[in-house]
Design a protein around this ligand. Structure first.
Ligand code: ADP
Ligand code: MG
Length: 873
């Protein structure tokens, strides 16, 4: 036998269990180790979590001769700590106790309760209400390559949505920008796109044969053909997703719908830079407030808000599909009373999809059953109301949506009969099954209740018998029921023939038991635990019924969400005068009286100036010139936003809009005023512009705002010139191009389909007045100096700039073009630059005078001194 003292003590059985679970969880996940009412963390995990959560770091025992750092969070409030850890980028493995501690004791006094990792919590695999934003989807995505092709698969585990898309590698960033996944799975040997939270997995997880087997198994299919014509890459991506769901959820029955295919062409392609610049679902700061979505969203339900966000993030390209959505909005616009009534009813509709998701994943509660009852009840009512409503020429889509709702009657009746009005959040604590639902359950409950009355009677009887008025029968979790008297009365009860058995002596009280009380207590406990067990059974049965009914609940939820979105749009038509756009397969782009929805709503009823735009064939490129602050950028963006809104099936802020389907939308803003990190902003700008010139088609819409601003004047002008030419000659895309280089207007002569537009300003008493009105024609000059004056540049600087400008213009007239370099231009010798004001000694001396402190004599001296100073300068 080895000498014991030489080797460090072997870890305790519990520590050994911890270490093996930690090994399983891996280095990159924190291990939450369940110990009674706490999740404890040890070693490095404890140090990291204590810091991240700002909770106390303590120690517990030793390992290999060192103290073991420890921290912990209470189980009942674990969700809020999880939320914070996930938000900080951690993953958390949950090791729960998977047997009753009593069972472990039976195996021997030293044996440890069995614990297992039951789940790994990661950003993309959340289902809990507290960890999710109700109004936003939470996607887990997987990016795979197979056979030289690329594909994405994604799911929102909280609702069960599951999609795949085959796409070209260069389209991946745009799709990811649309989905904004909370977590992206990639093969570990592949370089992942920046910007997203990446989880690398072994390449084997992306094997398409393995993926095929996983899909068949999960959806119980003999062949995948039933689901659609998936590419190998799609199957690989979907397979990786499924294996990750299994690896993080273990036994939980997370509900996923069968994967649906989406093809890239089904939606307007909008790349990440365009999304950023147009602030569609989020502003450039990453906030929802201030985005197009926020300005638009008047939905009443969380599911409606999520659907609207999806619609806006992925506008359609199928004119028929768009018309269907618009038909529904139009119907609600025409029927204000139906709309208002619908919106009123939608207010009370809870989040059916997510309640279903939680119940399926085994994380649901009686409260979720109650939400389903309320939601399905409201859905039936909405269906009945809308079916009976008198809408002018109700569109076919309305009937189709109503058809999707239900039949929910049977489940609804089961839930309504079984549940109390407001079921609680714990299935183990009971109290959620209504009185009168189950006779056996009621009997046990009344037994428990009666026994409590018996206890009250017993208490009265004991008081009488003992003469101790302060005698009480109490209950606590350790002793159960007991009889308590003050220490001074204890003697009377201590005698052997009293019928009381001593249990505990405290400083001021003594506690007893009696046979009768023990008998009653036993009846209560038994009745209670029978009742709880019966309620738990009911919970499981109702949960199973809900899951069986899952597909219908999903359809019902989808229909309600679509109604919610359409009613929200129709409300905008009524309150803000938005109109139905005409969207077709033409090459038209005609806007009359268009407004920028976000700028307009920020002006709070102010006077936003509406503007027209026509990019139809013969004038498909507009060059918009005009001084800074005139309204060029606003005009450009508003037209891009109108295209997005129209194709998302929304009404638009314009008097009239006719839009031929836009297949791709590009928006770029010259970079000089937003200093991006790392790469030169001009470089970024050029890379992005190059991408447009490569990808745009004759059906695309391009917004170029001050391209070329990020470099020196003549370089910038030259680049802007060349890009404009390329868009006009080679792409035939519809394009709005804003520039303060009014020299560009010279291009109009050569580019036949280039239209000149400018934003009107008026100079009034030397000041600029912005009229925000877009008119045909070129800006007569750049007004740069007027803007500079407006911005508060000192007068002498503005006038010096005026001199320089005159020189430049003279020179241009001489050479007949703008190509002349500046090098030989005698700019800075033309007139002496105004000297910076020399420090004024007289003034400085005067400033230093404290007049109140001067004696008459000192004042006289000062006057002499000042006169001398004046003579010197
Ligand atoms: P530019 O790109 O020409 O420098 P912007 O489009 O940035 O000008 O507009 C400057 C400001 O003018 C905006 O912040 C907005 O407040 C206001 N503005 C722009 N367009 C309009 C309009 N059509 N009606 C009212 N105000 C407008
Ligand atoms: Mg601008």
């Amino acid at each position: 036998m080895a000498a014991r003292s030489a080797a460090p003590a072997a870890p305790s059985p519990m520590m050994a269990q911890y270490l093996s679970l930690k090994d399983e969880a891996g280095e990159d996940a924190l291990l939450f180790f369940r110990m009674g009412d706490f999740f404890e963390l040890f070693f490095g995990d404890a140090v990291r979590a204590a810091e991240a959560l700002d909770i106390a770091l303590t120690k517990r025992g030793q390992h290999a001769g060192e103290d073991i750092p420890m921290c912990g969070v209470p189980v009942h409030s674990a969700e809020s700590y999880l939320a914070r850890l996930i938000a900080k980028g951690f993953r958390v493995a949950i090791a729960d106790q998977t047997e009753d501690p009593a069972e472990a004791k039976k195996r021997g006094s030293k044996s440890v309760v069995r614990r297992e990792i039951v789940r790994v919590v990661t950003p993309g695999t959340l289902t809990e209400e507290a960890l999710l934003d109700a109004r936003r989807s939470n996607y887990l995505a997987a990016l795979a390559e197979a056979g030289g092709a690329t594909a994405l698969a994604w799911t929102d585990m909280s609702t069960g949505a599951f999609r795949t898309m085959p796409l070209a590698a260069e389209e991946v960033p745009a799709q990811l920008a649309r989905l904004a996944p909370a977590e992206l799975l990639i093969a570990e040997d592949r370089e992942g796109p920046e910007r997203w939270s990446l989880t690398p997995l072994p390449r084997a997880h992306f094997d398409s044969a393995r993926g095929e087997a996983a899909l068949k198994d999960r959806f119980r299919l003999g062949s995948l053909d039933a689901l659609g014509d998936f590419t190998r890459a799609e199957i690989a991506a979907a397979g990786a997703l499924l294996s990750y769901v299994d690896a993080t959820q273990f036994e939980a029955g997370v509900r996923l719908g069968a994967p649906e295919r989406e093809l890239p062409g089904a939606h307007m392609a909008i790349d990440a830079a365009t999304r950023d610049s147009l602030e569609i679902a989020r502003t450039q700061k990453g906030e929802r407030r201030g985005s197009l979505l926020a300005c638009l969203d008047e939905t009443k339900t969380a599911a409606g808000a999520r659907l609207l966000s999806e619609d806006i993030s992925a506008p359609l390209t199928d004119a028929r599909e768009i018309a269907r959505r618009l038909d529904l909005v139009a119907a609600f616009e025409a029927g204000p009373s139906v709309r208002d009534r619908l919106r009123e009813m939608l207010k009370g509709v809870p989040d059916l999809e997510r309640a279903l998701g939680r119940l399926s994943a085994g994380r649901g509660s009686p409260r979720d059953l109650g939400l389903l009852r309320d939601g399905l009840g409201a859905a039936e009512e909405i269906k009945a109301r809308l079916a009976a409503a008198k809408l002018l020429g109700p569109p076919p889509i309305l009937a189709e949506l109503l058809e999707l709702i239900g039949p929910n009657g049977e489940l609804l009746a089961a839930l309504s009969d079984a549940l109390v009005p407001e079921p609680g959040i714990s299935a183990n604590e009971g109290g959620f099954i209504a009185e009168g639902y189950d006779a056996a359950l009621d009997e046990h409950r009344s037994l428990a209740r009666d026994a409590r009355q018996h206890i009250a009677a017993l208490e009265a009887r004991y008081r009488e018998a003992t003469g101790v008025k302060a005698l009480r029968i109490k209950h606590n979790n350790v002793l159960g029921y007991f009889i308590e008297v003050g220490a001074n009365h204890a003697d009377a009860l201590m005698t052997s023939d009293s019928g009381f058995a001593h249990r505990q002596t405290l400083a001021s009280a003594v506690r007893f038991n009696s046979e009768e009380l023990a008998g009653l207590a036993m009846r209560i406990t038994q009745a209670q635990s029978r009742a709880l067990a019966m309620e738990a059974e009911h919970f499981q049965r109702l949960r199973a019924a809900v899951i069986d009914h899952g597909p219908v609940i999903e359809n019902t939820a989808a229909a309600l969400a679509r109604l919610d979105v359409a009613a929200s749009h129709a409300g905008l038509a009524a309150t803000r005068g938005w109109t139905r756009p005409v969207v077709d397969d033409s090459d038209r782009f005609v806007i009359e009286g268009g407004r920028h929805p976000v700028v307009e709503s920020a002006m709070d009823g102010g006077s936003f100036v509406a503007n027209d735009c026509d990019l139809t064939r013969a004038q498909h490129v507009w060059l918009v010139t005009g001084p800074n602050m005139a309204g060029k950028s606003t005009f450009l963006r508003q037209n891009a936003l109108l295209a997005i809104l129209a194709q998302a099936g929304c009404f638009v802020p314009a008097a009239r809009a006719e839009i031929g389907i836009v297949d791709r939308l590009f928006s770029r803003v010259g970079a000089s005023d937003n200093l991006a990190e790392g790469r030169s902003t001009f470089m970024v700008e050029m890379v992005e512009t190059a991408a447009i010139l490569r990808q745009a088609t004759n059906r695309s819409l391009i917004i170029l705002d001050e391209v070329g601003r990020g470099t020196s004047t003549y370089d910038g002008l030259a680049i802007a010139w060349a890009v404009l030419e390329a868009v006009h000659d080679e792409l035939e895309s519809r394009c709005l191009f804003a520039s303060h280089y009014h020299e560009l207007t010279g291009l109009a002569e050569r580019l036949k389909r280039l239209e000149l537009a400018t934003v009107r300003v008026r100079e009034w008493k030397g000041d600029l007045v912005f009229l925000h009105e877009v008119i045909r024609g070129a800006a007569d000059k750049s007004y740069g100096l007027a803007v500079a004056r407006l911005a508060g540049l000192p007068a002498h600087t503005v006038s010096r700039a005026g001199e320089v400008l005159d020189r430049l213009e003279e020179r241009r007239a001489e050479t007949g073009g703008i190509a002349a370099g500046l090098a030989d231009l005698p700019l800075f010798s033309a007139s002496a630059p105004p000297v910076a004001d020399a420090p004024d000694a007289l003034r400085e001396r005067l400033d230093a005078v404290a007049a109140d402190d001067l004696s008459p004599r000192a004042a006289l001296d000062l006057i002499y001194e000042l006169k001398r100073l004046a003579a010197e300068t």
